[in-house]
Structure formats: structure tokens, C-alpha cells
Design a protein around this ligand. Sequence first.
Ligand SMILES: [Zn+2]
Length: 66
Amino acid sequence: MKERRCLYCYQPLPDGVIDFHPACTKKFFGTETAPTLDYDNEQMKELAKEIVIKSVAVTECNQNYH
Ligand SMILES: [Zn+2]
């Protein structure tokens, strides 16, 4: 049986929860209502990319420090 896991924190999801924990939905999308995966993969990738870009920006800030 396939275990569902949160796409954000990768912890197992309880019954009736789809794709994300409500708390993770809020962290990921900035809203408590999950768009679920009517979202196509491209949009998910874009969102993921934004998060990566933000963490890269932080890294660059640190590198400019010397
Ligand atoms: Zn989660």
C-alpha cells in the first residue's frame, strides 16, 4: 500500500489530508487552502523554484560578506 506523504515536509499524511499538511500548505502557498494538485506539475515546479531562488539569494548575501 502506497503511503501518502506531505509534499513539503515529507511526513506521512493522516486520512483525508491530500498532498500537504494544513500547516505545510500555509508555509508553501501562504494560504491555508491547498490548491491540491489541480495544480499541474509545472506550477509546482515554479513554486519549488521560487523557494530555491530565495535560499540561493540568502547564500549569495552571505558570500558578499567577505
Ligand atoms: Zn507537512
